[in-house]
Design a protein around this ligand. Structure first.
Ligand SMILES: NC(=O)c1ccc[n+]([C@@H]2O[C@H](COP(=O)([O-])OP(=O)(O)OC[C@H]3O[C@@H](n4cnc5c(N)ncnc54)[C@H](O)[C@@H]3O)[C@@H](O)[C@H]2O)c1
Length: 251
């Protein structure tokens, strides 16, 4: 029970990596606030947790709205009696420049800004954000393309590099106030986000082969890494970007 007695806020908890993390964090003893722009999906995750004996609530939050993020974090502390872990996980792929950066970069910044301050005032805590292998290098396109890069891919890579920078900056800033700040950097994971890639058999194989382990990762495998960074087992770890990528970034 790595998170026994703790309260965790998870954005993007309605699907994919966020949902898997909400379920795992709850199984590990945390009370979980499932935040998502899709209220019904957030509610479904919270219900799944409660049905298996865990404790959870849900919130409808668009992380690109700073005021909404601040209120959501405050409400979590009020409703669940504390706040120990903030997981800035919500993100999109395939959107244009402005929308991608509003969610993937500004959304994480808002979670860090308000989450870190709230945790510091409470005496400490842990923040995890979801970066990407696209935050540690450019993404090799698995689709044939000509002309300029798709602005969604460019925004995705720029934003995820930004998440890496923000993670390091906030880790330094909050170290003496006992808030650890880290990120996971997933490779290709079997979630809705990679549907388009996995729909085309040749493309799916090519994408899988980019990872030395030869396959996509599962959302549960990313959740395990996030749990580690969120828990006291990682008590001497701050400012790191942990690849969960089947060896993609080792090449
Ligand atoms: N799937 C991958 O291959 C992969 C790889 C690297 C990084 N990531 C990152 O992992 C994170 C989670 O992605 P996923 O693969 O689980 O995707 P997903 O599409 O399965 O889930 C994303 C969730 O975020 C929610 N969301 C979207 N915009 C939001 C907003 N503005 N505010 C609040 N919630 C919002 C969606 O409703 C959805 O429930 C993202 O940051 C993504 O960039 C994914």
């Amino acid at each position: 029970m790595d998170l026994a007695g703790k309260v965790a806020w998870i954005s993007g908890a309605g699907a994919g990596i966020g949902r898997a993390s909400a379920l795992l964090f709850a199984r590990s003893g945390a009370s979980v606030m499932c935040a998502d722009v899709d209220a019904a999906r957030a509610e479904a995750t919270a219900r799944a947790i409660e049905e298996t004996g865990g404790r959870a609530r849900s919130q409808s939050v668009d992380v690109s709205d700073e005021q909404a993020v601040r209120e959501a974090l405050d409400a979590t502390a009020g409703e669940l009696g504390g706040l120990d872990v903030v997981f800035n996980n919500a993100g999109v792929g395939g959107a244009g420049w402005d929308r991608t950066n509003a969610i993937n970069l500004s959304g994480v910044f808002f979670g860090l800004r308000h989450g870190a301050e709230l945790l510091a005032k409470r005496g400490g805590g842990a923040i995890v954000s979801t970066a990407s292998i696209g935050g540690l290098g450019g993404l090799w396109s698995v689709f044939a393309s000509e002309g300029p890069p798709d602005d969604g891919v460019a925004a995705y890579v720029a934003g995820k590099h930004g998440v890496v920078g923000l993670t390091r900056q906030f880790a330094l800033h909050y170290a003496r106030r006992h808030v650890r700040v880290n990120a996971v950097a997933p490779g290709y994971i079997t979630t809705d986000m990679t549907d388009r890639i996995r729909a085309a058999p040749g493309v799916e194989r090519a994408a899988a082969e980019l990872h030395p382990l030869g396959r996509f990762g599962r959302p549960e495998e990313v959740a395990e890494a996030a749990l580690f960074l969120a828990s006291d087992r990682a008590s001497y770890i701050t400012g790191v970007i942990l690849p969960v990528d089947g060896g993609y970034t080792a090449r």
